[in-house]
Design a protein around this ligand. Structure first.
Ligand SMILES: Cc1ncc(C[n+]2csc(CCOP(=O)(O)OP(=O)(O)O)c2C)c(N)n1
Ligand SMILES: [Mg+2]
Length: 657
């Protein structure tokens, strides 16, 4: 140990801010249900002049000459700052938010590259600790390389752009500010209601500045991740609404998964026979094998779930934010008298749609609600209760015909979509055939990752998730480029799972470079790239909205038309992937894909499968809608007719008051 870092008898240690931060982070633990883990077991980063001699030095010192008792802080080099945040998010999500990574970036573009990742984490309610570097606190040398100067305010830097996308933001302008900031950062990261991106902005001079720190700052700390229980009165109100329901549904969102509520949800469903619909984040909370797991609801949902949603008189939302995809842009719930009961750890979400709010951890809330619904309401115990009252006092169950109808609707849907998995009479496979093969071949504890394009819709409609781990769809921010770096994070979090990232060709072009990190880290993932030479999703959207698939295929600028409607752009994705040093299999049929997947699964190294698919699907049939406004006036016939369809489709749109 170097003399500079040795503890003084007075309980003071002299360290730089960066050294102190690293040491602090190595001593933070999160605990839930008696399981306690290092909260930040590693750091991802890219160095530049903003952090190389500050945090970079501190991480080196941690690796080479740690203080007595200081735990290691493994360091991982990334290739792009946005990607490293996505890796951290996927890791944290796979760990049900009980662990995450820190991400350090240089000042200016290195830091602002993390803003998209920060927004994604905050939208998805996933913890990630961001450590962007900032301009000199002393301002002596201003403007430093990459500094944006604000002539009206000396304390503004580009890092202020992190504020609206972070759940907690602090700029450490003096060393001692690190103490309250680091403690608050940990509080927010480990609070299920508040969590998201937490940003500690670190001026490059302050990172390297020394300070006498009280040793107590570095003692091991355990942050208890709360499972708030429902307030009894709120539970009573929820019970009253649910007891009146004749056609109830429950919507499971991501919160049900992060709180590990699957057993509680299955017990609740068994006790009440209330059909369970799911969101992109919540699929798998109840296993697809459960007879009352009806599947995806909303714009990309299935007809069975959407029919039940349309008829529902009571909707119980568990851990859902109710995005427009879940509500089909406020057209999913059509019963005039529909009421909502929302179980959510975050009051903000619990309050949505004028709901009867139950602010609670999903698991604790479902257990409490099941208990409360099983018992007799006080009124029924009153003397003189009728036989019907007494019968209803034996516990709430959805009417038998409702549960029966849910099962029948699900069977009907399964029959309707069966052809999606069968080889089509066309040259190239539909991507749904590939998804069918994957769903068949992947184990329950394997992980499929996707985020954007036409794939999330097809997956939401078709995928059968048999564990809460399996279906990893980032559909809060739906960020193209999440999938590939996310596969690294998910695999690091769950090494025994086969991790498959499904990546559109457009998406691939957003973030291919992280393959280099996957290779360097020797992490085995399977990349499945669906090559359809364009944006199938946006093309279909464009066509259905009167814009004729304008500029949604990757084509050369044509010399005659002057438009991007020439031949296909000769991008060789397999060659591109091979250049990173990994093996690629190229296939163009579902049968060959199965063979390729078997080989990829058997390999001990990361490999890719590039599948050429049909840009035009076909996609699963669906009866739902998504609000994407069409131009109100236009000289184009296609737009005018799309506008009249639009007006018709949005007519059922309503507030739930
Ligand atoms: C970062 C980002 N930019 C833009 C979009 C809008 N967008 C959604 S899907 C899509 C096209 C995706 O293309 P591809 O990955 O090839 O998938 P496909 O639509 O062909 O299935 C675009 C541009 C987005 N979701 N994320
Ligand atoms: Mg594509």
């Amino acid at each position: 140990m170097s003399p500079a870092a040795s503890a003084r008898p007075t309980g003071i240690i002299r360290l730089t801010v960066a050294q102190a931060l690293v040491r602090f982070l190595t001593a933070q633990y999160a605990e839930r249900d008696g399981i306690r883990e290092r909260f930040i077991p590693g750091t991802f980063g890219i160095f530049g002049h903003g952090n190389v001699a500050g945090l970079g030095q501190a991480l080196l010192q941690n690796a080479q000459d740690p203080a007595e008792g200081e735990a290691p802080m493994p360091f991982h080099m990334s290739r792009n700052e946005q990607n490293m945040v996505h890796t951290a998010v996927a890791y944290a999500r796979t760990k049900n938010r009980l662990q995450t990574f820190a991400c350090t970036a240089s000042i200016g573009p290195g830091s602002t590259n993390m803003i998209t990742g920060a927004a994604l984490a905050t939208v998805d309610r996933i913890p990630v600790l961001l450590l962007p570097s900032d301009i000199f606190a002393t301002r002596t040398v201003d403007p430093v390389l990459q500094q944006l100067e604000d002539e009206t305010s000396g304390d503004v830097s580009v890092n202020d752009a992190f504020r609206p996308v972070s759940r907690y933001f602090d700029r450490i302008s003096r060393p001692e500010q690190l103490i309250p900031a680091a403690l608050q950062a940990m509080r927010v990261l480990t609070d299920p209601a508040e969590t998201g991106a937490v940003t500690l902005s670190l001026p490059q001079d302050v990172q390297a500045e020394a300070f006498d720190w009280p040793l107590e700052f570095f003692r091991e700390r355990t942050w208890h991740v709360a499972r708030p229980v429902p307030e009894p009165a709120a539970l009573d109100r929820a019970v009253e609404v649910i007891r009146s329901a004749k056609k109830p549904v429950l919507i499971a969102g991501g919160g049900a998964i992060y709180s590990e509520a699957s057993d509680a949800l299955a017990a609740f469903t068994d006790a009440t026979s209330i059909p369970v619909l799911d969101t992109q984040a919540g699929k798998g909370a109840l296993s697809a094998d459960h007879p009352l797991c009806i599947g995806g609801v909303g714009s990309t949902g299935n007809n069975a779930a959407n029919t039940l949603a349309a008829e529902a008189d009571v909707v119980i939302g568990v851990g859902t934010r109710y995005t427009d995809f879940t509500t089909a842009s406020h057209t999913a719930f059509r019963n005039a008298d529909v009421r909502f009961v929302n179980l959510n750890v975050k009051a903000f979400d619990a309050a949505k749609h004028s709901a009867t709010m139950v602010v609670t951890d999903a698991r604790a809330g479902l257990d409490a609600l099941r208990g409360a619904l099983a018992g007799a309401p006080a009124s029924d115990a009153a003397p003189g209760a009728t036989a019907t009252d007494i019968a209803s006092a034996t516990g709430y169950q959805a009417p038998a015909e409702h549960a029966e109808r849910a099962r029948a609707l699900r069977a009907e849907w399964e029959e309707l979509v069966a052809p999606c998995f069968a080889p089509h009479d066309q040259e190239l496979p539909a991507q749904t055939e590939i998804f069918g093969a994957l769903n068949d071949m992947m184990g329950d504890e394997d992980i499929v990752i996707n985020a954007a394009g036409s794939m999330p819709g097809d997956l939401q409609a078709l995928w059968k998730a048999r564990s809460p781990l399996q279906y990893h769809l980032e559909y809060g921010y739906s960020c193209m480029g999440y999938e590939l770096p996310a596969s690294l994070g998910a695999k690091m979090a769950s090494p025994s799972s086969e991790v498959v990232a499904i990546i559109g060709d457009g998406t691939f072009q957003m973030a291919p470079q992280e393959i280099a990190t996957i290779v360097a880290e020797r992490v085995k993932v399977i990349l499945v790239i669906l090559q359809n030479h364009g944006w199938s999703s946006i093309g279909a959207l464009s066509e259905s909205h009167g814009s004729q698939r304008f500029a949604t295929e990757y084509r050369m600028r044509d010399a005659t038309s002057g438009l991007l409607d020439g031949g296909l752009v000769p991008l060789d994705i397999p060659a591109n992937i091979r250049s990173y040093g990994i093996e690629v299999q190229e296939v163009s049929s579902a049968a060959d894909f199965r063979e390729a997947y078997r080989r990829a699964a058997a390999s001990s190294e990361a490999t890719a499968i590039v599948v050429t698919t049909n840009l035009y699907g076909p996609n699963p049939p669906g009866n739902s809608w998504w609000d994407v406004p069409v131009s109100e006036v236009s000289t184009l016939d296609s737009t005018q007719s799309a506008r009249s369809v639009y007006e018709d489709r949005r007519s059922p749109q309503r507030h739930y008051l």
